[in-house]
Design a protein. Structure first.
Length: 246
């Protein structure tokens, strides 16, 4: 990570900003946001306590200054307690100190509700809301029409979670509407296009197969407690392949 990313990482660590985002995923989102055109909006579905929001907004600040709309109802089951919590106050505290709050507009609604009144062209959308199939499908269907040509669509937690996995298996194979698919850890991403090529469709299928390989390898590693040397070799191999896919 370069200097700005290390600064963000330090802020997140020092302030115990919680979230399920690897460093590689954080760097990917930062760079996507950095290259998003200023006249396009960046939309994040599922902000929780603001970890990904901070990386995205700072990436935009380092680039063209595209505005970030962070959509989250900020209430729902807390994963550690399975009780309803209110996360908005913690979210606001975290993004105010995160270095780019001036570029962030929180929208305290469910994704489907927020989409009804949203009319700006979207250059980057990060889908990380509910992971059940119907929730992911709704997020995608409501927001896909708002994404501009060559805009980026990224799904978090495409590994292990049935919702993103199932949706991607439905919309990717054979589709003419996506190109430049890639995967970094659990983020599966692609570029929206009005017409792709045969090569694009082959690549999209290859990345979908790579997603399966990563998920299956992770399962085998966890289930059978493979030797350390094998696990290290697998991790290096998948990291190399993913790096080549970007």
């Amino acid at each position: 990570m370069d200097g700005p990313l290390q600064t963000i990482q330090k802020y997140i660590r020092d302030n115990s900003v919680r979230g399920w985002l690897t460093l590689r995923e954080a760097e990917l989102l930062y760079n996507f946001a950095k290259h998003c055109p200023k006249n396009n909006a960046i939309v994040e579905i599922g902000s929780w306590e603001g970890k990904s929001t901070i990386y995205i907004s700072n990436g935009s600040k380092a680039g063209n200054g595209a505005h970030v709309f962070a959509i989250d109802p900020h209430t729902g089951p807390e994963q550690s307690t399975y009780s309803d919590v209110w996360t908005y106050d913690v979210f606001m505290k975290n993004i105010v100190g995160g270095g780019a709050a001036e570029l962030i507009t929180p929208i305290v609604k469910f994704s489907e509700d927020a989409a009804r009144d949203f009319n700006e062209p979207v250059g980057l959308i990060f889908i990380d809301g509910g992971h059940a199939y119907e929730a992911v499908k709704t997020d995608f269907e409501k927001w896909y029409p708002k994404v501009v040509e060559n805009g980026i669509i990224a799904f978090h937690d495409s590994i292990k979670y049935d919702g993103p996995r199932r949706l991607l298996s439905e919309i990717i194979p054979g589709s003419s509407l996506f190109k430049n698919a890639g995967i970094v850890d659990s983020i599966f991403f692609m570029t929206k296009t009005s017409q792709n090529s045969c090569w694009d469709r082959l690549r999209n299928r290859y990345i979908l197969l790579l997603r399966w390989f990563i998920e299956y390898g992770t399962y085998v590693n966890q289930r059978f407690h493979l030797p350390e040397t094998v696990r290290i070799a697998y991790k290096k191999l998948t990291s190399y392949i993913q790096g080549r896919s970007i």
